[in-house]
Design a protein around this ligand. Sequence first.
Ligand code: ATP
Length: 295
Amino acid sequence: MDIVHIDNLSKNYGKVHALKQVSFSIPAGTVFGILGPNGSGKTTLLGIVMDVLKPNSGGIRLFGEKPSELHRKQIGTLLETPNFYHYLSGEENLRISAAIKGRGEMDIDKVLQTVDLLKRKKSPFSTYSLGMKQRLAIAAALLGDPEVLVFDEPTNGLDPVGIAEIRELIKKLSLQGKTIIMASHLLDEVEKVCTHVAILKQGVLVACGDVNEILVNEDIVEIASSDIGALKNIFSNYPGSPAINLSDNIIKLSFPAGKANLQDINRFSFDNGMVLTYLNLKKKSLESKFFELTN
Ligand code: ATP
């Protein structure tokens, strides 16, 4: 089942087109990353899903149905840094969050345990590290045991240790069966924790799907010879049929990461009567793939 179905969504802020006819679905049980540079429309999209913002056109479905308050009650959110009271303890702050949400009063110890703050529950919020503060915010989102969690930039401002803690927490929640939707501009973070990804660029969806298919690492082998046309023909029969691109009199062969064998390529060319004048392996990183998609 799809938890969220986004259908042809557009949103303008005056002249700024924050989302342009965006459509995709978020399947149940995924850790779904919404990835894109600053200003690409991630927060706007999450705002529409949570009914904080209205789209100009298009719409969404939640749990396969027309969205209602009841559906949104099954979604725990961390959309912006919550305003906790500095002089109150973590536990007291969660009691207030539960009262505001009208759910989860009985869950407080359980959610504190999940985010590893049970031992510090009596300490004032002001004594918490940034990472602990963020984990408390996630604990607040977990009150009432929602099936779905929506996090906007959950690791913003954290140090590497804090980021790793949130990553482990997200993995743990996913193993418990939660569907997690998170916006991030950090490719690395998305790659490490997400099963699926949608990539936005200036409000346009440029890629969407399984993270291993979208953010695949590739080996690119560049080759050239005195007769580039003939070389291209020869390599159209290369075993495994790598994608072939020709530019500036260089042929680029794309292989899955680790699958390019320079000796085999050289031998294949020679056996087919062509001597290479150039042979070079380039590893295509996730980062370059991301920049290719978003630049
Ligand atoms: P960031 O990573 O910086 O949070 P984002 O991908 O979440 O970015 P949005 O915050 O959704 O992107 O913004 C998308 C575009 O809409 C940006 O150009 C932004 O400046 C613009 N925008 C967002 N909110 C408003 C608003 N209230 N009024 C005018 N423009 C806005």
